[in-house]
Write a protein that binds this ligand. Structure first.
Ligand SMILES: NC(=O)c1ccc[n+]([C@@H]2O[C@H](COP(=O)([O-])OP(=O)(O)OC[C@H]3O[C@@H](n4cnc5c(N)ncnc54)[C@H](O)[C@@H]3O)[C@@H](O)[C@H]2O)c1
Length: 314
């Protein structure tokens, strides 16, 4: 059974991953090459725990105990040598991940399962420095941001790993309240990001073509398809609506919709102008003069409420 956890990379994803395991009683080491990143992660984790307590998601008394379960490390050997499961959430660079997994192979006990949080790199290419027995214990586990609130973790089952080791990982995630998606083929973006990009491509195209204002397009998504999607998947929705209807509407609409193989031109122009979204004060909406910390807290509060209301919340 997997008990001890190591997380490598204390950035956007790594700190949330560490927090998720600590919230469920796991002892977690959090490693980063930058000591400043570890200090920043600790501040973020403390803020996120405070918000969880404020929203009655956890008891206030659990805050210090959870924080104490996450031990910062700047020495890789000390971070991983007694770990059952080690997740790398380091930058998305193939050579870096190859080298890191190779180092882990040498530093970790033989039973340790290695996991990569990669968003886009092929598992086989990342494992080139691993021997066959470690390859059987190496998996892609793709979390969603913010990791401590989003319930999904996609797991690779690409043929390198025996079913019983996969089951151990699946059970681990079930025990911390995550919904796992078993992905059978190593395709870029796995499943969830491909679905998201499909929706995003049409949304950006609708704005570019002036079909509706940004707020109305977001309303159409939030109170239309996405309202159902939180509880009912696309294939269930199709079965409810009738596959014959989906077939006719698909034939009528799809030929008129965006099928570009590149990121949207309007999106690219905004990036060139430095309008990057909340972090730069403007994107599709204007955030100038607003408290960006409060905007982020409101975003997280909504996810906490959704998680509490979710039938899948464990
Ligand atoms: N940001 C997202 O929404 C998101 C979602 C899912 C998956 N991912 C994936 O997760 C991984 C991490 O992304 P992120 O957004 O957290 O990046 P990030 O830049 O926020 O954090 C990366 C951290 O890794 C540290 N680092 C650099 N070299 C390292 C090394 N050799 N060993 C350990 N740590 C090292 C950096 O100092 C930094 O703190 C990437 O593979 C990314 O594709 C990101």
């Amino acid at each position: 059974m997997i008990k001890t956890i190591g997380v490598l990379g204390a950035g956007t994803m790594g700190h949330g991953i560490a927090l998720s395991f600590a919230l469920h009683g796991h002892d977690v080491t959090l490693y980063d090459t930058e000591p400043g990143a570890l200090a920043h992660a600790r501040e973020q984790i403390a803020e996120e725990l405070a918000l969880l307590a404020e929203e009655d998601f956890i008891a206030p008394a659990d805050v210090p105990a959870t924080l104490a379960r996450i031990v910062p490390r700047t020495d890789l050997g000390a971070a991983v040598r007694d770990r059952d499961y080690v997740i790398e959430a380091a930058p998305e660079k193939l050579e870096l991940k190859q080298r890191l997994l190779g180092q882990l192979d040498a530093l970790c006990p033989a039973h340790t399962i290695l996991a990569s949080n990669t968003s886009s790199l092929p598992l086989a290419a990342m494992m080139t420095l691993l021997d066959d027995s470690r390859k059987q214990r190496t998996i892609v586990n793709h979390w969603y941001n913010p990791g401590h609130l989003m319930p999904i973790v996609e797991l690779s089952f690409f043929g390198n790993m025996p079913a019983q080791i996969y089951k151990e990982v699946e059970d681990l995630y079930a025990s911390i309240g995550k919904q796992t998606v078993k992905v059978l083929k190593d395709v870029p973006g796995l499943v969830a990001n491909r679905i998201q990009q499909g929706v995003a491509r049409e949304v950006f195209s609708l704005i570019e073509n002036g079909v509706a204002e940004p707020a109305d397009i977001d309303k159409a998504l939030k109170f239309g398809p996405a309202f159902r999607y939180a509880t009912t998947g696309q294939l269930e929705v199709a079965d409810f609506g009738g596959l014959d209807i989906w077939c006719v509407v698909g034939d009528n609409l799809l030929k008129d919709m965006d099928n570009s193989p590149r990121a949207n031109a309007l999106l690219r122009r905004k990036v060139q102008e430095g309008r990057l979204g909340v972090k730069s004060g403007a994107g599709f909406y204007d955030y100038s003069g607003k408290d960006l910390g409060e905007i982020r807290r409101t975003f997280m509060r909504k996810l906490i409420h959704q998680l509490k209301a979710s039938e899948y919340y464990a």
